[in-house]
Design a protein. Structure first.
Length: 289
């Protein structure tokens, strides 16, 4: 994620990194070249000037295209914001869990406290990597080799780590350190962590329906391929930069939706998952160490 000053408009105006300009540039240039070709064909009477499309058609179609683009962007932002809400809840539950365990486990039990710090941290790092390309042993340096052997027997590493955490909580219960209300509170936080993981997996594994995305791409393509036939009569060669500006705007809106649809990756506009996991580890280590 790119951190920026939202009041420094001049820095945003001339920014390149993190924008969708590079993603739209090839298609924008293609439409400009296409428009220049159509204008050339009109000027040399290869295409009859009687062949044109009334701008009323573009106004009606453009309204429908605008609505589709707004819906596309809103849908993607809803996914982005839900992802942020879920990871924020995970941060809170990890801290709350550490605070509860801190009250239950005696300070003298340093090994147990350190082990729980590593397990909770490992769960969050494993969650992050599962939402990306998958978890490997290198992603969990805080676990020893025996623990890695245990959790990597499972196809779902975060679930396997949570299973180990539940075993640790059971040992706390048997040791007599915890009362029933304490165990209920701990279980609630563990349940929240698993529920948040499921919610983030749902976002990651359920993209915008293909039929909708494909139709929107086709709609945009046809719109800009036909637009020069309506602009030539009034704009002539000026139609080329006009098409460039309009396509940059509309293609950019669509590209923003594509960019934030999956908020858990490594793109500039994705959620800062690495930083969040590092902060969780720091927070719970301060509480339990």
């Amino acid at each position: 994620m790119i951190n920026y000053d939202n009041k420094a408009w001049h820095k945003q105006l001339f920014a390149w990194k993190g924008t969708v300009i590079w993603g739209t540039m090839p298609r924008m240039l293609f439409f400009m070249v296409w428009t220049a070709t159509i204008v050339y064909l009109y000027d040399h009477s290869i295409i009859s000037k009687d062949i044109k499309i009334d701008m009323v058609v573009y106004n009606v179609v453009g309204l429908a295209l605008g609505l589709l683009l707004v819906f596309r962007t809103n849908t993607s932002y809803d996914r982005y914001w839900e992802g942020r809400r879920l990871i924020g809840s995970t941060v809170n539950s990890s801290r709350n869990l550490a605070l509860l365990l801190n009250e239950l486990i005696p300070k003298a039990e340093t090994e147990k406290r350190t082990r729980l710090v590593r397990l909770i941290s490992a769960f969050n790092y494993a969650t992050k990597e599962r939402l990306r390309e998958g978890v490997t042993r290198e992603h969990l340096p805080m676990l020893n080799e025996d623990q890695k052997d245990e959790v990597f027997k499972s196809n779902h590493v975060p679930n396997a780590i949570m299973k180990v955490i539940h075993k640790e909580v059971t040992l706390i219960k048997r040791s007599g350190f915890a009362m029933e209300p304490d165990l209920i509170a701990i279980n609630n936080e563990l349940t929240t962590l698993i529920n948040n993981l499921g919610g983030m997996e749902r976002i990651r594994n359920t993209p915008v329906p293909f039929a909708y995305a494909a139709h929107l791409q086709l709609f945009i393509m046809l719109y800009f391929l036909a637009l020069p036939f309506g602009l030539y009569e009034k704009f002539h060669w000026i139609a080329v930069p006009v098409i460039g500006i309009v396509s940059l705007i509309l293609l950019g809106i669509n590209e923003i939706g594509v960019e934030i649809e999956d908020p858990f990756g490594n793109d500039p506009n994705d959620l800062p998952m690495d930083t969040i996991c590092e902060n969780i580890e720091k927070n719970i280590r301060e509480i339990l160490d």
